[in-house]
Design a protein. Structure first.
Length: 126
């Protein structure tokens, strides 16, 4: 009987570890932004950006492929369709200036990231 309980304990530890590994899974995608933009007061050039979603922490990280700047935000439910699987960034445009408004990854999204009350124009970098 002692051997059985030992194997059961090891099996439960393995299942718990496997569940933790799938919960903290990270997924990422590359998004091309054809214009320069600002985020959190920082200027970002046009180019390719990586969106990394950490489902275990409910965060999304934005980093440029050719930049050392990274930004991380908490995400929550945002899409009407929970099976939505695309990722993207939404921007507000003020004249020639684009300001990052939000990021969505699948069915999750950030809160509004800019301080603008009324968007002038909505553009998406995909």
């Amino acid at each position: 009987m002692q051997i059985t309980s030992r194997y059961l304990t090891l099996a439960l530890a393995f299942v718990a570890t496997a569940a933790l590994a799938t919960t903290s899974a990270k997924a990422e995608t590359t998004v091309k932004v054809p214009f320069s933009f600002t985020v959190a007061g920082k200027s970002m050039p046009a180019g390719q950006y990586i969106l990394q979603h950490d489902a275990g922490l409910d965060t999304i990280t934005l980093r440029g492929k050719n930049s050392t700047k990274t930004f991380t935000w908490v995400v929550g439910p945002g899409a009407v369709d929970p099976t939505d699987s695309h990722a993207g960034m939404k921007f507000d445009q003020l004249g020639d200036v684009h300001v990052l408004r939000s990021i969505h990854y699948g069915s999750q999204t950030t809160n509004r990231l800019d301080n603008l009350k009324t968007p002038v124009n909505d553009s998406a970098g995909r």
